[in-house]
Design a protein around this ligand. Sequence first.
Ligand code: FUB
Ligand code: ZN
Length: 683
Amino acid sequence: MKHLLTSFLAAGLLTAPALAQSVKRSDYPIQAVSFTRVKLADSFWLPRLKTNTDVTIPASFQRCEATNRVKNFEMAAARQGKFATIFPFDDTDIYKTIEGASYSLKLYPDEKLDQYMDVLIGKVAAAQEPDGYLYTARTIDPAHPHNWAGKERWEKERELSHELYNSGHLYEAAVAHYEATGKKTLLNIALKNADLVCSVFGPGKRAVAPGHEIVEMGLVKLYRVTGKPEYLSTARFFIDQRGHYQGYDPKSPDAWRNGSYWQDHKPVVDQKEAVGHAVRAEYLYSAMADVAALTGDQKLLAAVDTIWQNMVSRKLYVTGGTGAVPGGERFGGNYELPNTTAYNETCAAVANVYWNQRMFLLHGEAKYVDVLEKVLYNGLISGVGLDGKTFFYSNAMQIRSSASFPQTEPQRAGWFDCSCCPTNLARLMPSLPGYVYAQKGNDVYANLFISGTTELTVNKKVVRITQQNNYPWQGDLKFTVSPATATDFNLLVRLPGWALGEAVPSDLYRFAAPVQEQVSINVNGKPVTYTTRNGYAVLARKWSKNDVVEVRLPMDVRQVQAHTSVQDNLGKVALQRGPVVYCAEWKDNNGKASNLLVPAATTFTTRFQPEMLNGIMQLQATVPAVQIDAANSSISTTRQTLTAIPYYAWANRGKGEMTVWFPQQLTDVELISRKAPEVTVGK
Ligand code: FUB
Ligand code: ZN
């Protein structure tokens, strides 16, 4: 950091007061162990990260080229041409892919990719205006900016221009690129832009509640790298601008169209519910956590705690998805979690990971990582096909073949006009090593059970921790702890809520039956008793070279029930094993999924299928299935094998029915007489 600050000073990018004030600051009480210090060797995640590197990132860059996103930068550099894509935020697909590629270089060094990014960053630099402004939708032809952008800079930031959104993604990418490569090329572009933003916005200057949050998180990242206080104060300023929206009427049926869509209906410190556009919201809540940590602002902290509680107890899908409502891509009301119309934008899953990680770093409670893990293994990776190049923008909870049900996306696509989700996945996936461990002094947190190795410094000694497991398919976890020389510290192993009988850290979902088996922990082959703290097993001892910790988590198949206020799930159960939530898909269930019942007494067998869907633990049970004989207008129930697959793996074998929630019994039949199913089963 010292070296970096010196070179910023030399480059005139940091001022002396910035340096002085950067020396002492408060921060998250817990620090994540950086992605640069964790090497994965995991049979579940590593192939996915490899696919992200080999397929998703090249496909994203290629699509950025093919769809003229790169050309926009070239035209901006030449100050001539016509903006050649649809949305003014299309620049961010390049930034997000650079961010993902940067993380990925740490996992898989690749000189060609590094050089390609250098060229691309050169194009970004050329598109930047002399004062730091960077927004191709205006710079290409300032007399005719994008019609979402307004005649003057920032004029429509509050609504749709996304000028600050573009900046935020630029900052995030720049920090990742700097951390991964040590190069300052993109960082210097970002700092120049951030300096402009800080000179334009702030007390006594221009004020705006950014139309799409993320600039706040991005500024915080720049603050962390440089220590420049203006970046933090401007992030805080933007957060404080919310709540000045005129005309908010919570009673209007169209209320979402006014301030709450932008989380602008009340000052953030008075907000209590997760509302509005889900991606915007969760980026805001992430930034609130950042700023609360860095400033010690207790009101901000209390507000983000309350909002998180609302999300986790009223607005979270069992798969970890958020943002139930398609109109406005937003959170619904409390318990509004419909299945067939579930929106669950993939970007919202990405944002929810960011938010929960920050909540953990604030409070050190396992419940936040429980939610993060739920999102990771379910509603996040459902967004990308096993091929790494087909995606879901929204993540359905049920696909029906009947024309009488409105549908969200039943099939993956390669790219979208608005292609925020693929590139958001491209950046989140390779950053995964940064979520596995965290540290606070002598407390070392093992949050995710992902095989691999890290090296930390505890008590001024290097400690190597290696995880070897077959998670999420098996619950036997092995940690080898190797300090350079024997040393005392606490290894805090997360005890996942699901392993203790808690489906989520709220009453939104619960397991239908208590867990049968208890978690057990051995150290060097002997059972140990341990204390628990905030959902962690605290293993406090003098650790010596090659000490082995073995944790056994119960992996039985659980039936999950939703709170009775979730209308769509009354009388239904979902299936979960370990952190993985399951679904039934047409392909394994005689072409249907909506006709399957799961009575309370159903017992499941499990079988690992190495050849199926890149290797999955499959669940099977014999259940009643409702059969309709349309020709004779008759209905009957037969016994049939229900085969369930991990939810994340659906829609990789053609299109057809899928369901996450299963009725337990047949209580009623609605008579529908229609033909021509909208979704044809089996393609
Ligand atoms: O507005 C930019 C991105 O486009 C949002 O985050 C997504 O929800 C999509 O609307
Ligand atoms: Zn998206």
